[in-house]
Design a protein around this ligand. Structure first.
Ligand code: PAN
Ligand code: ZN
Length: 185
């Protein structure tokens, strides 16, 4: 028999559409992510309630070997000059790898290994990124539009946020007078 797929995915705006409950949506406003930024003094209420990033996650199965598919929308903006970014994480099962495909916007995908070496790849429409297992990853929106990124990874990978919350990444990215400034910490 031939059946219709349960899900659709828009190549234009990344939105995942499927049966009720199949897509889990998450929203992080700046209030939720404040501690990832270097300087959070004097922020307006408007900025604090602005969306930092949103996610839509489709997890058809959770057993070992299965995959999940998600779209992340990282909003444009800065916190005292530091570009909006995701929290960033290692995977809890740390050998689990991941693909990112950028649909729109401009940014950086920052990688960090367990020795705290870092490097980054430019993200732009149609850029494809492989994140090997054991590597922490964070997205930075350096543009003026939403950075829309599709991700696919093992459903059992889990997220280890604690390591990044405690130690951070060794580099930060700022808009200094309209120019990207890379500041190692
Ligand atoms: C992504 C991220 C998503 C949000 O789906 O979870 O972009 O970023 P944080 O999880 O770092 O807040 C992914 O890498 N999943 O493994
Ligand atoms: Zn990940």
């Amino acid at each position: 028999m031939i059946i219709n797929p349960k899900m659709t995915y828009s190549l234009i705006n990344g939105s995942l559409v499927g049966p009720e409950g199949s897509v889990v949506k998450g929203v992080k406003s700046l209030k939720d992510t404040l501690r990832i930024y270097a300087n959070t003094q004097g922020l307006s209420e408007d900025l604090l309630s602005a969306i930092n990033y949103r996610t839509e996650v489709y997890t058809p199965e959770t057993t070992e070997g299965s995959l999940q598919f998600a779209t992340s929308y990282v909003y444009p903006g800065t916190v005292n000059g530091e570009y909006f970014m995701t929290k960033g994480h290692f995977h809890e099962i740390s050998n689990r790898s991941e693909f990112y495909l950028c649909l729109s916007g401009e940014g950086l995908l920052v990688f960090m290994d367990r020795q705290r070496n870092w490097w980054a790849e430019r993200m732009h429409k149609e850029s494809l990124h492989y994140i090997p297992g054991h590597i922490a990853h964070r997205m930075i929106n350096t543009g003026n539009d939403v950075l829309t990124v599709q991700a696919c990874w093992n459903s059992d990978a889990g997220h280890d946020y604690g390591t990044i919350e405690n130690d951070g990444f060794p580099v930060r990215f700022f808009d200094r007078n309209g120019k990207l400034s890379i500041e190692e910490v």
